[in-house]
Design a protein around this ligand. Structure first.
Ligand code: ZN
Length: 573
C-alpha cells in the first residue's frame, strides 16, 4: 500500500546511508572525514563528489534557506545554461583571464565552449532586454552547477571542481542603487549564515578578476580554512590578508652620500645574510621580478617585509602574474636573484610599497652578482612607476585604525559579494534610457554562496569526537528513534507509534529498526549527527518512559511516552 512505501523510506534498514568505520586515508579536514564516514558523500574522482541521500537532504535545506532570503529581498530565481559559448567570455576578456580555472571544450562543429565558472557575462546579456530605468532595480539569481578546474581539489566538499552555487546579480540605474542592492545582499547573507548557524566575519576582500570596486567576503573561522584574515578584536577591523593593512612606525633615515656606493658582498644572496653582515632588514630594499601579462615588472618592498602577490596583481590589474625565471632576471637586469635592485633601471615598470616612500640611505642589490649598493635615496635613485600597497601584514602587527594588536586567523570563505559597476553592462550593451531619455549602462553587483561548501563548513564548526552535530535548521532528520531490542515486540510497537505520530506532526524522523547492538546504533546516530535521539528500550517501557538525548550537549532525559511529542517540539523551537 502507498502509505507503507512512504514510511519505509525513513527506516534505517531501507534508507541508504552507508556509514564507514574509517575515513579515507588522504582526508585531513574534519568535514571530509565525517561526511564520508557518515555516508553523506562519495568521491567519484578528484574534486567531484556524489551526494548520497543524507547529504542531499541537507543540501535541499540549505537551498531553501538561501531561496527564502533571496526572495525576501526581491530576488527572482531563474536558470542559465552551464555549457556556454566562448564568444561571451571573449567579449568580456575573461576567456583569457580565467586561465586554467576554466574547463573548456569543443563541440562536434568545432565551436569553442566553457563550463560555467560564474555568470556575470550571461546575466549581462539577458539584462540587454531591460530598456527603461522604470524597469529597475532588478535582482536575479540562480542555484546551479559551477565548474572550476582547481589545481589541488582537497578537503572533501571544501575545495571541489564541480559544485552548486547561488549566484545573484543586481541591476540598478546608478551607484546609489547599487549601494542599496549590495546592502540588501549583505543583510540577507548575515541572515542566511545565522540560520545555518555559521558565525561569519564579513571582511574587506580583493575583487580578483571580477573587476569593480568594493567586495566583502563572509569568512568562517576554522583550522582547515585556506584563507587568512587579519582581525582586530578592539575595533572590529577585519580584512582578507590580500587586502589587509596595518600601522607601521616611521623610520628616521640618517643622511646618506650624494650618490649610491657599490660594495662587494661575496656569497651574500639573501636579506638574512645581509642582516648577519650588519645591515638591518629595515634599511634594505627587497627587489622582486615578476612577469605580468608578458611584461617584466619590478616589485619593491622593505627588506624585512613580505610581498602579497594578490596585492601586486590588484595594483597592476594583472590577468596573469608569475615570478620571473632566473634567466629572465639575468636578461633584463644583468644579475641573478640575490643581487637585484632597481637603481638606474629604466624601461621596466617599478611598483614600490608605501613603506618605502621617502626612504633614503638604503641598501639594495647592484644588478651585478655579489655586489650591493648603499646610500640609496629612493626618490632620487629609483624611477618608481607607482606607489602601491604590496606588503603582507604579519600576525601581531598593529591595527591601522586603533593601534591594537592584529591577529591572523584561518578561515573558510563562505560567501563573496561584489560591486561590479558598469564593466559587464558596457561590454554587453546592457543600457537603459534614464529619466532624461539618455542611454546609460546599468550598474551591476554580483553575489555568491557555495551550497556544498556551506554544508562542509557547518560540519567543520559543528562536530565532536563522535561525529557531526547538525544544527536543527539543516539536519537531515530532526529525530532518530533508536530501538534497543528489535526482538522485543513491545519496544517495536512503542517505536512504531511514536514514529507515526512524530511524522504526522511534521517532524522528520529516522527509525533505527536495524537488528544491531545498541552501541552500534548509538554510534551511527552520533556520527551522522541527528540533533535529537529517542531511545526505546524494554526497561524504560516497563516504567512508561523513553529516553531523549540531545546530540549537542549529550544531556539525557526520561520522558513519559505520551509527552514525547510535546517535549521534542519544545526542544526544536
Ligand atoms: Zn583596531
Amino acid at each position: 500500500m502507498f502509505w507503507q512505501l512512504r514510511w519505509q523510506d525513513m527506516r534505517w534498514t531501507s534508507f541508504f546511508s552507508p556509514t564507514l568505520r574509517d575515513a579515507p586515508a588522504d582526508a585531513e579536514a574534519p568535514s571530509h572525514k565525517l561526511l564520508v564516514r557518515g555516508g553523506f558523500i562519495r568521491q567519484l574522482h578528484s574534486g567531484h563528489y556524489t551526494l548520497l541521500p543524507l547529504a542531499f537532504k541537507v543540501r535541499k535545506k540549505i537551498i531553501q534557506i538561501v531561496e527564502q532570503e533571496m526572495d525576501m529581498i526581491g530576488g527572482q530565481e531563474m536558470q542559465m545554461p552551464t555549457l556556454q559559448p566562448s564568444s561571451i567570455w571573449k567579449e568580456s576578456g575573461r576567456w583569457d583571464s580565467m586561465g586554467d580555472i576554466m574547463f573548456r571544450l569543443e563541440d562536434r562543429h568545432g565551436g569553442e565552449a566553457a563550463l560555467g565558472v560564474t555568470a556575470e557575462e550571461i546575466f549581462a546579456t539577458v539584462a540587454n532586454e531591460i530598456s527603461s530605468y522604470k524597469q529597475l532595480p532588478q535582482m536575479w539569481y540562480q542555484i546551479h552547477t559551477k565548474f572550476r578546474d582547481e589545481p589541488r581539489p582537497k578537503s572533501g566538499l571544501l575545495r571541489v571542481r564541480e559544485f552548486t552555487m547561488k549566484d545573484a546579480y543586481s541591476f540598478d540605474l546608478d551607484e546609489e542603487g547599487l549601494d542599496t542592492a549590495f546592502d540588501l545582499q549583505h543583510q540577507a547573507y548575515l541572515r542566511i549564515f545565522s540560520r545555518l548557524d555559521l558565525d561569519v566575519i564579513p571582511v574587506e576582500a580583493s575583487s580578483g578578476n571580477m573587476g569593480g570596486s568594493d567586495s566583502i567576503e563572509f569568512m568562517v573561522q576554522a583550522p582547515s580554512g585556506e584563507d587568512d584574515v587579519m582581525l582586530c578584536s578592539s575595533c572590529g577591523y577585519a580584512a582578507n590578508i590580500e587586502k589587509a593593512v596595518s600601522r607601521l612606525d616611521d623610520i628616521a633615515d640618517s643622511d646618506g652620500p650624494a650618490e649610491p656606493e657599490k660594495f662587494a658582498t661575496p656569497g651574500i644572496r639573501t636579506i638574512a645574510a645581509l642582516e648577519e653582515a650588519g645591515h638591518d632588514g629595515k634599511r634594505q630594499i627587497k627587489t622582486m621580478v615578476y612577469v605580468i601579462d608578458g611584461q617584466v615588472t619590478l616589485a619593491l618592498v622593505r627588506g624585512d617585509h613580505f610581498i602579497n602577490e594578490q596585492k601586486l596583481a590588484d595594483a597592476t590589474q594583472a590577468n596573469h602574474i608569475r615570478p620571473a625565471r632566473r634567466e629572465e632576471t639575468v636578461e633584463y637586469l644583468g644579475a641573478e636573484p640575490g643581487s637585484l635592485g632597481a637603481v638606474n633601471v629604466e624601461n621596466i615598470p617599478i611598483f614600490a610599497d608605501f613603506a618605502l616612500q621617502n626612504r633614503s640611505n638604503m641598501i639594495t642589490g647592484a644588478n651585478e652578482n655579489d655586489f650591493h649598493l648603499s646610500g640609496v635615496d629612493i626618490s632620487r635613485d629609483i624611477t618608481v612607476t607607482g606607489w602601491v600597497d604590496l606588503r603582507e601584514v604579519q600576525d601581531g602587527e598593529l591595527c591601522a585604525n586603533c593601534g591594537s594588536v592584529l591577529s591572523k586567523v584561518s578561515t573558510i570563505e563562505s560567501g563573496h559579494i561584489f560591486k561590479l559597476g558598469t564593466k559587464y553592462a558596457e561590454t554587453f550593451g546592457a543600457k537603459v534610457l534614464d529619466a532624461d531619455g539618455k542611454a546609460t549602462p546599468v550598474v551591476m553587483g554580483s553575489y555568491g554562496i557555495g551550497i556544498e561548501r556551506a554544508m562542509a563548513t557547518i560540519v567543520e564548526t559543528h562536530h565532536d569526537d563522535n561525529g557531526i552535530v547538525w544544527p536543527m535548521s539543516v539536519a537531515p532528520f530532526h529525530v532518530v528513534i533508536t530501538v534497543i531490542q528489535m526482538k522485543d515486540d513491545k519496544s517495536v510497537e512503542v517505536a512504531e507509534n511514536l514514529y507515526n505520530e512524530l511524522t504526522d506532526g511534521g517532524i522528520e524522523v529516522l527509525l533505527d529498526d536495524r537488528d544491531a547492538r545498541a552501541g552500534v546504533k548509538f554510534a551511527d546516530a552520533e556520527l551522522i549527527g541527528i540533533p535529537l535521539r529517542v531511545t526505546v528500550g524494554p526497561k524504560g517501557i516497563a516504567d512508561g518512559v523513553v529516553e531523549i538525548v540531545d546530540r549537542q550537549s549529550g544531556d539525557m532525559e526520561s520522558v513519559e511516552i505520551n509527552k514525547v511529542i510535546s517535549n521534542l517540539k519544545e526542544r526544536m523551537k
